[in-house]
Design a binder for this molecule. Sequence first.
Ligand code: PEP
Length: 253
Amino acid sequence: MDARRPLMAGNWKMFKTHTEAVATASELLHLVSGVTDRDIMLAPTYSALVPVGEALQNSNISLGAQNLFWESDGAFTGEIAPGMLKAAGCEYVIIGHSERRQYFGETDGTVNKRIRAAIEADLRPVLCIGETETQRDADETFSVLDKQIQNGLQNFALADLNHLVVAYEPVWAIGTGKTASTDQAQEAHQHIRSLLEKAFGQDLAHRTRILYGGSVKPDNVDELMQMPDLDGALVGGASLKADSFGRIVQFQT
Ligand code: PEP
C-alpha cells in the first residue's frame, strides 16, 4: 500500500485582513515552490478566501476554509454554505475545531452534519478532535476520542470517507506553547487509526491522514513528524509567518 502523503495545514483563525493574507500566502509560495512530496493547505478567514485562492492558483498550496454550515442556502445570517466555499476555490474545510466547540457550541452532532455537507460539496473535511487537560488528567483521553470519532462519523458509508482527514489536537496544547510529546501524540494517533479500522476497515484506516495539532513550531516539527502515525500537522500560531510555516512545511525526518 502507498505511504500516506503528509498534509501540512495552516489555520489562520481570525487573523489577517485579506491584503495581509495575500501577502503572507505569496511569500510562502516562494518559500515552498519546490516542495513536491507533501500537500500544503492554508485556511484564511472567509473574507480572504477568494483573493488568497487567486494568489494560490496553479500552485502546490491548496485553499481551505475554517468552517461551513450544512444547508446549501437560506435565511441563515452569518453562515457560509459548502457550495460557496467550493466556488471560492476551497479544497479542504476544517470542521469541529476545539475553538468552535469551546466558544460557539459545536457538538459532535453538528460536526457530523457539517462533515456530510462538506462531502456532498466535494470538499475534503478535516475533522478536529482532542481531549482537554482535565480529561487527560482523568485518564479519559481515549474515551473522549472514541466518542468524537463515533459520533462525528456516525452513519457514514465507507465510500463517503475517501477524502477524510482527521486532526488530533489536544486542547491543552493549542495556542499554549505546550506540545504533546512524541509518545503521547503517537499513542493518540495509533488509537484513532484503530478506531477508524474498527468502524470502516483496515484499508480506510491505513489511507486516512491523521494530522497532529497543538503548538507545532519549526523547532519541534521534525521530531513529531518522525512518528509513524503522524501524517502531517495542523498549525495555528506558527503558520502566520511565512518563514516559520515554510520551515514547518519542509520538515525533515
Ligand atoms: C490550531 O489552531 O489548530 C492549532 C493547533 O493552534 P496552535 O498551532 O497555535 O497551537
